[in-house]
Ligand binder design. Structure first.
Ligand code: SF4
Length: 76
């Protein structure tokens, strides 16, 4: 799965939402979030993010961000 990280805070762009083929972006408290169970790992959103906030969960230290994304995405 891909995850939204802290560079997204207060970002006003939604380029990522527009390209996601499965519509798995949701509104968090002050970021967008990706639902980790719905993301199909296509990677299309990552280069579209102008804030470089979207990372693959295979990068080191992403565990907390996966939980962050899951927590807020699950509220919808
Ligand atoms: Fe959507 Fe693909 Fe990005 Fe996952 S990796 S959030 S499916 S655009």
């Amino acid at each position: 799965t891909y995850v939204v990280t802290d560079n997204c805070i207060a970002c006003k762009y939604t380029d990522c939402v527009e390209v996601c083929p499965v519509d798995c972006f949701y509104e968090g408290e002050n970021t967008l979030v990706i639902h980790p169970d719905e993301c199909i790992d296509c990677g299309v959103c990552e280069p579209e993010c102008p804030a470089d906030a979207i990372r693959p969960d295979t990068e080191p230290g992403m565990e907390d961000w996966v939980e962050f994304n899951r927590t807020y995405a699950s509220q919808w």
